[in-house]
Design a protein around this ligand. Sequence first.
Ligand code: IPM
Ligand code: MG
Length: 362
Amino acid sequence: MSFRIGLIRGDGIGPEIVTEAKKVLDKIASVYGHQFTYQELLLGGACIDATGEPITKETIEGAKASDAVLMGSIGGDAATSPWYKLEPEKRPEAGLLGIRKALGLFANLRPAVLYPELAGACPLKEELTEGGFDMLIMRELTGGLYFGERHTGVENGLRTAVDTLTYNEEEIRRIAVKGFEIARKRRNHVTSVDKANVLDSSRLWRSVVEEVHKDYPDVELSHMLVDNCAMQLVRDPKQFDVILTENMFGDILSDEASMVTGSIGMLASASLNDTSFGLYEPSHGSAPDIAGQDKANPIATILSAAMLLRYSLNLQKEADAVEEAVQKVLTEGYRTGDIMSTGCTLVGTKEMGDIITERINL
Ligand code: IPM
Ligand code: MG
């Protein structure tokens, strides 16, 4: 079959890791007889350098014309990069928020998995993680504080800043449906995370999630307050299957969950709307400190490409093949610096991409 894939190489280590993931996609195309055509799209810092804006009409139109978009990470070092001298709405992150909103990518899936081979990198005590864990954070991505009205000014003679957190029931319902649907394909458990003891938006969240749950009686639902969830993630990560939560809580909890796996360089993500289109990117940032040095771990981006095959192109066995190749390479002991441990073979970004590509065969 033929598919159109948009490529956003991004900033920092982005271009290096996207190159490796594209290699893997090309190998999948040749082994399974597909045709992938790529369109390069600009976003974030690279887009600012080329056009003065973090996102353009061409980026949005190019993404809309694609079956899916694969993205590296965007952004730079806020202390030193000239991008951060610009107004907030002209900075790289505004491009990322812009593409999420323009394409209606309201569902952000962030799996956090402890690979048995990498258990040594997990900062938690062994008895807490024995047997591994496998959770998925379903984060609402186009509402809440990120997109509410905001302003900064002077009130009563004091500098005052206001951000607003708004959700309507439809925004909550559609992400809850996604959460329950994915739980059915996993271990049938949703933990909905909110701050219903304080926030109105969380009380609405909780009641809409309960309404949606009536259509999924086979899925177990529990509610958890966000502060407790932050604690439970380090106390007993094995209890979680799907964590369903709003935008800001999901941003924070997904960083925590990835740290608990000990291998943020391994974690993929997908941002989906109501069509089969999706934007796929690693969960980690652009790591400008190691950019261009062949040190970055390309596995999160390669696993994001696997999610792209699975969710947007509906190529299940091809997605399995990529995930199995990654698993094989870990079992064989190849490691980039971030996941290195004694007795393993240290490889760079390019070599890691090459070895994974080689392991994909019929
Ligand atoms: C993420 C990032 C973004 C977010 C930033 C870069 C705007 O932290 O994807 O988690 O907060 O959503
Ligand atoms: Mg984040």
